[in-house]
Design a protein around this ligand. Structure first.
Ligand SMILES: Cc1cc2nc3c(=O)[nH]c(=O)nc-3n(C[C@H](O)[C@H](O)[C@H](O)COP(=O)(O)O)c2cc1C
Length: 131
């Protein structure tokens, strides 16, 4: 099982449809046995992908080439013993819609993640809350 976590920013001027992104993601990820979490506030993305290494890397290559976002920075890419972000084809959390609740939800989702990945997610949530 392989886990990859990255952060990115929406491309200025692009109208981002989370619906479109999630529909394609869930279709492809279900096919590829990939699960994970996509956190966004419309401007920035933080995504965790988990699954077979070759599938995760192939998905990441597609995602990286996607012009809807830029400044993609991979924060961690490592083998994990088991899935740490739940069994969703792609869970989605939106800072604007979920407000405070999202911080708690993400906190629960990353409860089993490694300390560095956990700190990254929690830091991102706090940052967005303060912005
Ligand atoms: C922030 C963001 C997250 C994405 N996450 C995924 C994902 O988890 N899985 C996936 O297959 N595509 C994801 N995509 C979409 C891919 O970039 C690409 O458009 C898609 O995989 C193409 O699939 P298709 O050839 O079936 O249309 C994401 C795109 C963005 C901008």
């Amino acid at each position: 099982m392989f886990q990859l976590v990255y952060i990115s920013s929406a491309t200025p001027g692009e109208t981002i449809s989370m619906g479109n992104i999630l529909t394609a993601s869930r279709r492809n990820n279900t096919r590829d046995a990939i699960t994970g979490l996509l956190y966004s506030n419309g401007q920035r993305f933080l995504q965790a992908l988990e699954g077979p290494e070759d599938k995760v890397l192939a998905a990441m290559a597609r995602i990286q080439a996607d012009k809807r976002h830029r400044a993609v920075v991979v924060l961690s890419a490592q083998p994990v013993a088991e899935r740490e972000f739940g069994a969703w084809a792609m869970a989605h959390h939106d800072a604007a819609q979920d407000g405070e609740r999202v911080v708690e939800q993400v906190g629960r989702l990353v409860a089993n993640a490694s300390p560095s990945v956990k700190a990254t997610f929690e830091g991102f949530c706090k940052l967005r809350r303060a912005a």
